[in-house]
Design a protein around this ligand. Structure first.
Ligand SMILES: [Fe+2]
Ligand SMILES: [Fe+2]
Length: 331
């Protein structure tokens, strides 16, 4: 009994340790109040580390899983130009995943562990990538709407209080702008093409519109962690605020495309000065997030296959590094 009790009591901090913790907390609070940056070796509250790790790893997984719906169309792109643009975009997404895994590793989680969680189906990623891509126009709608929503979400993250995350986002956002333009251009070309092509573009916009709005996360009153993330200068604007801005951007751009957004309730509220949209199906969002979307199991299965097929590359890299280290030791 006595030993059981001892185990359940947290270890007491020594006076020196207590002092170190208090100094760490004071430093952290000052950095946050000055809107400056926390770096990997700085003291940080355990909950801050945990929140960032969850957010950055989920973001990394989204980039990596997000390669799949578009990679499906590389072999079917309608021209060599479109094929090379799409390949470059999918490769960019791989790069985004790698920067973000590296940023997450600075918080103490290994990339192997993150990958293991992903292929075991334990890790979350953006629900949008569990929808199928059924026509070429989906490449346009994804670039325009999905990368567009990513930009709205991620530009404020360039100022996130955690240094490695904010710095990774700067480069990622530049590439996301290119992604959005290429999507817009695909839709513009289809919209100005034959009636069937225009219809294909409109159909893709109709299917991707609502899921892209849901990328900003649940409504503010159903987003319990947002307040703390804003207090820590990780998040700068609420989910609903970002969603409203995005709708405002899309309303302008869809006119240039000669298409429409499938939402008759969009309006600019003169009182609040905010864009409003129609209701979204949050049950569907929760279902997809819980693993019951149209493509969840297929996406994770593909990732697992790719990971297994790449084992020889990882083994070769380790063997090479070992050889180099031996050579250096012998010299
Ligand atoms: Fe990306
Ligand atoms: Fe992208």
């Amino acid at each position: 009994m006595a030993s059981q009790n001892l185990q359940s009591v947290p270890a007491e901090l020594s006076p020196e340790e207590q002092e170190r913790e208090a100094a760490g907390q004071a430093y952290f609070d000052r950095i946050i109040s000055e809107d400056s940056r926390i770096e990997p070796r700085d003291w940080m509250p355990a909950a801050y580390r945990k929140t960032l790790l969850r957010q950055i790893s989920q973001h990394a997984h989204s980039e990596i899983i997000g390669m799949q719906p578009e990679a499906n169309w590389i072999t079917r792109a309608p021209s060599l130009k479109r094929k090379s643009i799409l390949m470059a975009k999918v490769q960019d997404e791989a790069g985004h995943g790698l920067y973000l895994y590296s940023a997450a590793e600075t918080l103490g989680q290994s990339r192997d562990q993150m990958m293991e969680d992903l292929i075991a189906g334990k890790a979350r990623y953006s629900s949008i990538f569990n929808y199928p891509t059924i026509s070429w126009a989906d490449m346009g709608a994804i670039g325009w709407l999905v990368d567009g929503a990513a930009i709205c979400n991620q530009v404020p993250l360039c100022r996130a209080s955690y240094g490695p995350y904010g710095r990774a986002m700067v480069r990622i956002c530049k590439e996301e702008s290119f992604h959005q333009r290429q999507g817009f251009e695909i839709l513009l070309e289809l919209s100005n093409g034959t009636a069937a092509q225009k219809q294909m573009a409109q159909d893709a916009v109709n299917r991707w519109y609502a899921p892209s709005l849901m990328m900003f996360g649940p409504p503010d009153d159903d987003s319990p962690n947002s307040k703390q993330s804003m207090a820590w200068n990780i998040k700068r604007f609420s989910n609903d605020e970002l969603r409203s801005r995005f709708v405002g951007m899309m309303v302008e751009q869809v006119r240039v495309l000669g298409l429409t957004l499938p939402d008759k309730d969009i309006r600019f509220n003169e009182e609040t000065k905010k864009w409003e949209h129609g209701p979204l199906d949050w049950n569907e969002f929760k279902e997809v997030l819980a693993g019951r979307g149209p493509c969840n199991s297929q996406r994770v299965e593909r990732r697992r296959e790719a990971h297994e097929n790449g084992a020889w590359v990882r083994e070769a890299a380790v063997a090479y590094a070992r050889k180099q280290a031996q050579k250096e030791n012998a010299a």
